[in-house]
Design a protein around this ligand. Structure first.
Ligand SMILES: NC(=O)c1ccc[n+]([C@@H]2O[C@H](COP(=O)([O-])OP(=O)(O)OC[C@H]3O[C@@H](n4cnc5c(N)ncnc54)[C@H](OP(=O)(O)O)[C@@H]3O)[C@@H](O)[C@H]2O)c1
Length: 266
């Protein structure tokens, strides 16, 4: 028995790497793909991989006419939530790799996952070094009450903050909110320069040419600092193992889980 997958965003930078990794696996099968530009084509013709002999559709709705166990969302935040809700309606578990969904989006998805008794695994970053950064940060937040997050990305990344930074802030909110010595409303000058407060953390997003994707968290205590930082390279390779693991694990629970370590024994 293989796990049948519908992959939305299968022709993109990240999605095409996942599609090729699925083609190389023995226990996973891609049954349909989503991309507007390549609709009506065979994915293998687009990606140059004959083992990917599944059709490409312009919408998730059309692709989900193919029965599948897992829907993998790797498109853009403006369509991600509706794609995932549609997948749940079709009885598929969902893995969300797309970044930029809001806390309200996740709340809606969590409710639907419970309603349909299916699993949704949202992973802001599939790379192992990010999973470890999140885990180490949670430990640090238990001992150090003040921190700020800096999210670095290339200048044409439209969503801010990054999915990685959002997920980190969300996870730290389960430990405690970061303490501000000077409350934001008492800032003298321009309050926006203090960054955005999101689920209890200050986040600063840098968007400049020359950056790929990095996330940094600085914990500060009197006369001492701890900095944890992840830098990704230019290939999608670091995401692949995590993405395939998410596909294999998403049917093991009901409801929404955030972060790859929620299905790992760390
Ligand atoms: N979780 C992680 O570890 C991780 C890693 C890398 C990237 N990401 C995130 O994953 C998402 C995709 O990134 P990317 O760099 O792969 O983007 P990309 O190269 O622009 O690819 C986007 C893919 O989605 C499709 N798409 C976009 N809008 C669509 C729509 N409205 N309907 C149907 N298909 C649509 C595109 O095909 P068409 O344009 O032909 O429709 C393409 O296949 C982003 O949110 C990014 O931040 C997350």
């Amino acid at each position: 028995m293989t796990i049948r997958i519908v992959l939305a965003g299968a022709t993109g930078w990240a999605g095409s790497a996942v599609a090729l990794a699925i083609a190389r696996s023995n226990d996973l099968t891609l049954v349909a793909a989503v991309s507007r530009t390549h609709a009506q084509q065979i994915l293998g013709d687009v990606l140059g991989e004959p083992r990917l002999n599944c059709p490409v559709y312009a919408t998730a709705q059309e692709a989900l006419a193919h029965p599948c166990e897992v829907f993998f969302e790797f498109t853009k935040p403006d369509v991600a939530k509706s794609n995932v809700l549609r997948a749940l309606q079709h009885g598929a578990h969902a893995v969300i790799g797309t970044s930029g969904l809001s806390e309200a989006d996740y709340a809606e998805i969590a409710t639907a996952a419970e309603q349909y008794q299916l699993g949704v695994l949202a992973v802001g970053n599939f790379a192992l070094t990010v999973v470890l950064l999140q885990k180490f940060s949670e430990i640090a937040a238990r001992y150090i009450p003040q921190w700020e997050i800096i999210d670095y990305a290339h200048d044409d990344k439209k969503d801010a903050p990054s999915g990685t930074a959002r997920e980190l802030a969300y996870r730290l909110s389960k430990v405690r909110p970061s303490h501000l010595t000077v409350p934001l409303e008492q800032t003298q000058g321009v309050v926006e320069t203090r960054g955005a407060r999101l689920t209890g953390s200050q986040i600063h997003s840098i968007r400049l040419p020359g950056y790929t994707i990095s996330v940094e968290i600085i914990f500060g205590m009197p006369d001492q600092k701890l900095t944890l930082r992840h830098d990704s390279g230019s290939s999608a390779q670091p995401y692949l193992d995590g993405a395939l693991l998410a596909i294999r694990k998403v049917n093991t629970f009901v409801g929404l889980r955030r972060g790859l370590d929620s299905v790992l024994d760390l």
